[in-house]
Design a protein around this ligand. Sequence first.
Ligand code: GSH
Length: 282
Amino acid sequence: MSTVATLSEHGCWGGVQSFHRHDSAEIGAPMQFSVFRPARADTARKRPTLIYLAGLTCTEETFPIKAGAQRMAAELGLTLVAPDTSPRQTGIEGADAAWDFGHGAGFYLDALRTPWSARFRMESYVVRELRQLLIDEFDADPTRLGLFGHSMGGHGALTLALRHPEMFRSVSAFAPICAPSQCPWGHKAFGNYLGEDPALWRAHDACELIRSGRRLPPLLVDQGLADKFLAEQLHPHLLEQACAEAGQPCQLRRHEGYDHGYYFIHSFIADHLVHHARLMTL
Ligand SMILES: N[C@@H](CCC(=O)N[C@@H](CS)C(=O)NCC(=O)O)C(=O)O
């Protein structure tokens, strides 16, 4: 029996945008996620499905409300899924103390340090539980799953695809945190969730994973040049360098006049959906 509750459903570009809650075994608490399913004539085939990982302070609502992705997804026949960015209402002391750590800032890893390790297990949640749930209950095709994300979620998309290469056919990112071991957001999150062992940090750092020989499908990354987090937090030049040295195909596009927010994502979302659709149909 399905344990997934539907919180709401909305007609959208001929398909349905819906919001869901389920009791997550990995997290040990309820989690929420959103799904856009395009209309389609062929109901027999499994659907190509694209998981979007959002950034700091976001929820499962941010992407469907702000990115404007549904129209193109409907045209391409892509299902879109957006999980929340962390467990919520964990009761862990300090989890609400900052906007860049704790609730809304799960960093898509499994925490190793107490008290975070009991609930903050976003890597296992996304790659095991949510993925399987999408296959079992939302007709996702396990051979056509893609992953993309923004900022902290861009870091999540890159690192989860690098760490679980067999699971994802296509990957892209908007303004990702490219080298979390070398920026303040990453130092804070990794120090608290993982501890101080540099080897553990390297295992969740996209640049380090590429340098160690891990590979991705041909990568698309967009970065706004008016992004207030660019210089201190994001370091796309380090990703570019790691990819060039490793022979990892990577198209990094820099855009004058675009900041870190969803107007930027809205402006380039169609290119990302086409990128994924192309790789999923190869
Ligand atoms: N609260 C932060 C900003 C947090 C932020 O920019 N979050 C990004 C992801 S890293 C985001 O997508 N926010 C939601 C939005 O822009 O709608 C600040 O005051 O500077």
